[in-house]
Design a protein around this ligand. Sequence first.
Ligand SMILES: O=C(O)CCC(=O)C(=O)O
Ligand SMILES: [Fe+2]
Length: 386
Amino acid sequence: MFHNRVESNHFLVFGSSQFTVRLRRNFQRATTRTCNDWWVLDSLPILDMSALDNGEESAQRFRQQLRQATHEVGFFYLVGHGIDQALIDDILDVSRRFFSLPEEEKLAIENIHSPQFRGYTRIGRELTHGDVDWREQIDIGEERPAVERGAGVPDYWRLEGPNLWPANFPDLQPTVTRWTTELNALALRLLRTWAVALGASEDVFDSAFADHPFSLVKIVRYPGESADVTKQGVGAHRDGGVLTLLLVEPDKGGLQVEHGGEWIDAPSIPGAFIVNIGEMLELATDGYLKATLHRVVSPQVGTDRISIPFFYNPALDATMPRLELDPALRAEARGLSVDPTNSPILETYGDNALRYRMRAHPNVAEIHHADLLAEIHARTFAIPAQ
Ligand SMILES: O=C(O)CCC(=O)C(=O)O
Ligand SMILES: [Fe+2]
């Protein structure tokens, strides 16, 4: 627990990383909350992945930090990850140039043309829990041929298929393709590190991921909408996949992460990823690892913010392996968090993915998947029998 490591000056040294912590004595809550909740983090932990290449003792310390950070917070900054700064600069550069294309070029690849929910989403066309998110984005997944529909073909295969690339902007595809390749490798390495940190064999997740991951890159721009009153960039949610590697432009705030009942600000740190786990990893560990609520507040009027979340997901037909935690960890597993809409997390990743996409983009669902709407709606809002 973090509070075990707090030093008298309230400055927590965690391996090569530092956390600032604030002591909050809330006597009202003290009777109902654990001692751990008295310490509220002011900022996310920072983990240095280069520790994995520095001998077994150092690697073991990193694994322990990884486990602890994602058990307690569910979010951390990752440095020393090995992704080239030149590639980071490139993807930020192509992202900004994409958003400055003429409106008609972006709309030519609008996601309404894609049964796979790929392509451009204009501002105001995405919902989180029914509320409008103020952001525009392009969704780019693994570039694969579409799967033909038919009897006995699970519905989630409708998500597999080609991307929509802007015709007059050839720089986007090679940079995003390289980004996907490198981040798939980084994410798999992190996942294997978690596996060992949780006492499982290193390759326990491999069959679900290694050769047919269903990763998704979202390039997002939040326009400046906040003035006296802040607006929703993206509403509070947990990520539905396994793990997210988020790159945010330098010097941009807006992301907030729930911890101990409060929102922690998570501004960008140049060159670092913000990493969080999604519901499928929570499922795999019976809630020992935490999929944490987060949201983005719109930037102030006159500014904007670009971010690039990379969602690392298993194959659509994969079922997450359930890990056998050792008794000490099992005792701290909390079971699954309840989705804000009370919908159960489903075992097969593709069922979750389809549900999320249809919920977030009802206009695309209406056009391409009207036959599924009633069924998905019934399953989404079903409360499991007690
Ligand atoms: O843009 C961000 O900083 C976070 C976006 C996010 O949480 C998401 O798209 O799931
Ligand atoms: Fe998210």
